[in-house]
Design a binder for this molecule. Sequence first.
Ligand SMILES: [Zn+2]
Length: 111
Amino acid sequence: MGSVPVYPWRLAPDGLATYRQLRAKGLRPGGSSVVAQLERPRRRREPLVAYLYSLDAAKPVRPMTPAKWAALAKANAARRICPTCGHDRGYVIPTSLGQCVRCADSRALAA
Ligand SMILES: [Zn+2]
């Protein structure tokens, strides 16, 4: 850092926002770049610094909704179900076997 413009507190140009201001709008910094910083002088101390992000580059925060969690849980559950015996084995069916270990074992024994 050190190459970004520094503005006095409350004099940030339009189109820039701090991380907290972005979150308040339901946004997050797009990319990772701090485009400017604000400094508030403090008596006998280092100035207070706030990093500013571009509002144009900001992206909406996509929180996990209950429906998304449910869909994820369902997808994970489906990956635990053996296509051969139809049991939820409690672990993800190995793609190398294409079925649960028990089914793969019994087929190996039968062969
Ligand atoms: Zn099975």
